[in-house]
Design a protein around this ligand. Structure first.
Ligand SMILES: Nc1ncnc2c1ncn2[C@@H]1O[C@H](COP(=O)(O)OP(=O)(O)OP(=O)(O)O)[C@@H](O)[C@H]1O
Length: 218
């Protein structure tokens, strides 16, 4: 379980904090969607729970341990996987190698990695011939599926996504949300998605709105 305690943040000299005294918990096996107007601080919040940045005040705990104690690098490498709108794949590699690279960083003992990755890609409609092509030759929807499969296969229990369907059409978006649901419900991960897309937001198990500097759980 990921727990946010008394989180308060403001940027620079701004008088009004983005949010004040936020307390929230995120459990495994659930998809959380976070919505809120532009500039309300959604991406900033993700950067805190991803260990990419630190709030002015407050703490984040993973299964009871403050992430400060886990160490930022360890936390980012082993505990969280991040899926961005821009896919964030290594563009000079194939889809398969993007996944293999991530696996060997996080799980060097994994056996039969290549077949495992190929099977996972095939399950989301990416055949071996496409998996072995340079990833830039794949469509946007395919690249996002590769990014999600990568998040699925690394051993991180928390999956964080910032506008993961922002560049995709309706059909691809539906496939992506199914994959996130699968990550939570079949792979027992905690999935936290920031989205502007109301359809994606409604497919979460828990919907959270960031309004007037407060996170409101629907
Ligand atoms: N590094 C920074 N320094 C100063 N202000 C920042 C910084 N990063 C973000 N901000 C400001 O903080 C506010 C929240 O930004 P953030 O990107 O978290 O919002 P958001 O809800 O994700 O917005 P959007 O939906 O448009 O992506 C914005 O007003 C933004 O300009």
């Amino acid at each position: 379980m990921l727990t946010v305690k008394n989180l308060t943040h403001w940027y620079g000299k701004s008088e009004k904090p983005l949010y004040e005294n936020v307390n929230l918990s995120f459990e495994s096996d659930k998809v959380y969607t976070i919505v809120g107007s532009s500039g309300s601080g959604k991406t900033t919040f993700l950067s805190f729970i991803a260990g990419l940045d630190k709030p002015q005040k407050g703490d984040i705990f993973l299964d009871g341990t403050n992430i400060k104690k886990l160490g930022a690098t360890n936390y980012r490498k082993h505990k969280v996987a991040i899926v961005f709108q821009q896919y964030n794949l290594l563009t000079y590699m194939s889809a398969l190698d993007n996944i293999m690279t991530a696996l060997s960083v996080t799980d060097s003992e994994h056996k039969g990695e290549k077949q495992y990755a190929l099977d996972a890609l095939k399950n989301v409609g990416i055949e071996k011939s496409d998996a072995e092509k340079n990833v830039q030759k794949l469509s946007g929807g395919q690249q996002q599926r590769v990014a999600i499969i990568r998040a699925m296969l690394v051993d991180a229990n928390i999956v964080i996504a910032d506008e993961p369907t922002g560049n995709l059409d309706g059909e691809n978006s539906k496939m992506i949300i199914k994959l996130f649901q699968d990550l939570a419900h079949a792979h027992h991960k905690t999935v936290i998605i920031v989205t502007h897309d109301p359809e994606i937001a409604d497919h979460g198990d828990v919907k959270i709105s960031l309004e007037n500097c407060q996170f409101v759980v629907a």
